[in-house]
Write a new protein. Structure first.
Length: 397
């Protein structure tokens, strides 16, 4: 019975994103989100300074401190913790409480406290879904305007707070939407990769069935016939066994050819592998964005793919380069079209003396009528190395 694989794309994925309106899923996200939220608390320095140096009475300082601590607690709860679909009413209530606190503290203690409305707007953008935040952010900005007009000297602060409150709230809406879209794209990419892998398994299963189904059925049938004939007709049983041997050899040949086809390197696959290897080694990769048009013969494509693999391996292991450029072009010559593969790096260079890898590549390219040249880029040989493989696209003579 086939085992059903779990749908990993549908499962919640713990990635590096610090998602708005959701709790951190691991320690790294907790640290990153704490730092991100903590930075913005710096703008509360105006209310704190007003409590210390504003000349308020001690009851006003105590009540103001308690009000500010409560406000920060509501803010951290909304921005740092999760907001589920069933808790949307709780979020709206929390935003209403924060708005009331910001208005009361501003009216009672002065214009320095108007900055709290910026946190209300940011909380609305971070905690509410898009269809609600598009109304909540302007509402918080409007309440800021009305409160500032009622506070002595608040009009002077309004100009500096109106834009941060309005744009800050909608910036949080945009960031939240961007993160959600990126997560969906990652899940879609994982789903596509899984579907591609399943399709490849099905293709291999079909190929193996086509290759071995008939042969194994024939071997089974002839084995049964040979077993029946063996006591009375040994000569006919021997003929059946000879047929079994011939069918088995042919099946083995077919399987080897199929496996060779699966293992055959291709230019698209090697280009993708080259990008991954160079990036992992810290080398800036300048690779062609597309492969040459037209289908290449298998032997030519394999030779160029092996040349690309060997060249990139040498760049990663020996060159110490910071940049590697790969070019794949087609030139028209008097003898016909020629495909040229060039791999150039800015590493420490080299003598260009043929080693085992270059010798094997030369022999492989010569088998399809191609040539291989390799050597330093600069005349002094102390900087850069270039490998060039050329293969005629026509039949080798």
């Amino acid at each position: 019975m086939a085992r059903v694989q779990p749908d990993r794309a549908a499962a919640p994925e713990s990635d590096g994103f610090v998602r708005m309106g959701r709790p951190p899923e691991n320690r790294r996200q907790t640290v990153v989100k704490s730092l991100w939220v903590g930075i913005w608390l710096f703008y509360l320095s105006a209310p704190v300074t007003d409590l210390i140096r504003g000349g308020h009475t001690w009851p006003a300082v105590v009540l103001g401190s308690l009000g500010l601590a409560t406000f920060v607690g509501w803010y951290l709860t909304l921005v740092f913790r999760t907001v589920r679909q069933f808790a949307r009413r709780r979020v709206l209530v929390s935003l209403a409480v924060m708005s009331a606190q910001a208005a009361v503290l501003s009216l009672c203690l002065g214009r320095e406290w108007l900055v709290l409305f910026v946190y209300v707007s940011v909380s609305a953008g971070a905690a509410l879904p898009g269809q609600l935040s598009r109304w909540a952010v302007p509402a918080a900005t409007a309440l800021l305007t009305l409160t500032s007009l009622a506070v002595s000297g608040g009009g002077d602060f309004l100009v500096g707070l109106l834009v941060p409150a309005f744009l800050g709230g909608f910036a949080m809406v945009g960031i939240r939407q961007m993160i959600a879209t990126t997560v969906e794209l990652r899940q879609a990419r994982a789903t596509v990769a899984q579907l591609a892998a399943n399709e490849e398994r099905l293709r291999m299963a079909r190929d193996l069935h086509d290759l071995l189904g008939h042969s194994l059925s024939l071997i089974t049938l002839k084995s049964e016939l040979a077993g029946r004939m063996l006591p009375d007709h040994p000569d006919r049983a021997a003929q059946q066994i000879a047929d079994i041997e011939q069918v088995s050899r042919q099946a083995l040949t077919d399987v080897r050819e199929a496996v060779s086809g699966y293992r055959r390197p291709t230019l698209p696959g090697e280009l993708a592998g080259a990008r991954t290897a160079l990036t992992a080694a810290g080398v800036v990769a300048d690779l062609p964005s597309a492969e040459p048009e037209g289908d290449l013969p298998e032997e030519i494509e394999s030779a160029l793919a092996y040349a690309l693999r060997e060249a990139v391996t040498n760049v990663v292991r020996h060159s110490g380069a910071g940049r590697c450029a790969v070019a794949l072009t087609v030139h028209q010559t008097l003898a016909g079209p020629v495909m040229e593969l060039t791999v150039t790096d800015n590493g420490t260079g080299g003598s260009g003396a043929p080693g085992n890898g270059l010798t094997g590549l030369t022999e492989r390219l010569e088998a399809v009528g191609g040539t291989l040249t390799a050597g330093p880029v600069s005349p002094t040989g102390n900087r850069g190395f270039r490998l060039t493989a050329q293969v005629p696209l026509g039949s080798p003579s």
